[in-house]
Design a binder for this molecule. Structure first.
Ligand SMILES: Nc1nc2c(ncn2[C@@H]2O[C@H](COP(=O)(O)OP(=O)(O)OP(=O)(O)O)[C@@H](O)[C@H]2O)c(=O)[nH]1
Ligand SMILES: [Mg+2]
Length: 308
């Protein structure tokens, strides 16, 4: 079937690995290219923990781009961040193109250079494009300066000004990325948007609401597990989820005074789940202390935060 499709109409399909420091807008860009919210976004660094594949298919142009949204790279601090880093290196090795995203508003810094160097070592023949993101925050001369600095990075073949938030510059970046994909049949059904299991995606939508309401160490210490999704007789979809934290004091913060915080997270998350599922949702959230979950190899395996 796939072979026939390729014969009937020439199609291109392949993988684009997306690298960059935490918080530069990689997930926002993936969502913009896919045209759906496949990855959660927050202004807390290290929002993305797993390599999420967002699938963008343009039937008219005949291409399918699998965008591998990678965790933001930085110096590993613990087992969790070590795994995130190894994942990035692994994914980039198998990609047809790599996209380095930098935050144009911050300019090119040591962190970007660190990643560019890693790309240079891992890229082999893989072309590397660089998206200078958040250009909506810049005036033209500032954009020009950021583009020039990005073009200086050793690994980078071509630079693109972009705003993942407004969509400015998205089309020419997508066209260039598409031109780098090899000929071949679709890798995923063209209507598919992401490879995340539904439970994990729902858990991520809940975690996004926790991230936007917590500070300091708490966002890093929280993981969300969706235990069960059931359609009830009354038509509601019931979602049972656990919010893990590592200490009693983090639990106190997440529960909040008189349960206020967890209620707020719950009602905001419920709205997100309803939008995603297109149905009314009953969300049951439980906050639990799970000591040192970020240092537990077996647990990280079960959570799908894979080593390479
Ligand atoms: N002004 C502006 N803000 C942006 C743009 N793209 C992303 N952001 C914001 O930047 C923050 C980080 O975005 P994410 O997409 O979560 O960044 P990320 O690179 O995936 O971060 P990690 O997963 O932590 O590595 C969020 O607050 C976004 O809304 C943009 O083009 N313009
Ligand atoms: Mg991200």
């Amino acid at each position: 079937m796939a072979v026939r499709q390729a014969r009937e109409k020439r199609t291109r399909a392949g993988f684009v690995g997306i690298a960059g420091r935490p918080n530069v807008g990689k997930s926002t860009l993936v969502n913009a290219l896919v045209g759906a919210k496949v990855a959660i976004v927050s202004d807390r660094p290290q929002t993305t923990r797993r390599a999420i594949r967002g699938i963008a298919t343009d039937r008219a142009q005949g291409w399918q781009m699998v965008l591998v949204d990678l965790p933001g790279v930085q110096r590993p601090r613990d087992l969790l961040t070590q795994r995130m880093q190894r994942r990035v290196e692994h994914e980039l090795t198998g990609a047809d193109a790599a996209l380095l995203v930098i935050d144009g508003a911050q300019g090119v810094g040591p962190g970007d250079r660190f990643i560019a160097k890693a790309l240079l070592a891992a890229r082999g023949e893989t072309p590397v494009l660089c998206a200078v993101n958040k250009c909506d925050r810049l005036r033209d001369p500032e954009t020009a300066a950021a583009l020039a600095a990005a073009a200086e990075l050793e690994a980078v073949d071509e630079v693109f000004p972009l705003s993942a938030k407004t969509g400015a510059g998205l089309e020419s970046l997508a066209a260039q990325l598409a031109s780098l994909l090899p000929d071949g049949p679709w890798l995923y059904p063209p209507e598919e948007r992401s490879d995340l299991p539904s439970e994990v995606h729902l858990a991520e939508l809940i975690r996004e609401q926790v991230l936007s309401r917590t500070w300091d160490e708490v966002p890093h210490a929280v993981e969300v597990i969706v235990d069960e999704v059931t359609r009830r007789d009354d038509g509601l979809i019931e979602v049972n989820a656990q919010l893990w934290v590592e200490t009693e004091s983090q639990k106190g913060i997440l529960v909040g005074k008189g349960g206020r915080m967890v209620r707020e997270v719950g009602s905001a998350a419920r709205r997100e789940l309803e939008r995603d599922l297109g149905a009314r949702v009953f969300l049951d959230l439980r906050v639990k202390v799970r000591e040192h979950w970020r240092r537990d190899d077996a647990l990280l395996d079960r959570l799908g935060i894979e080593p390479s």
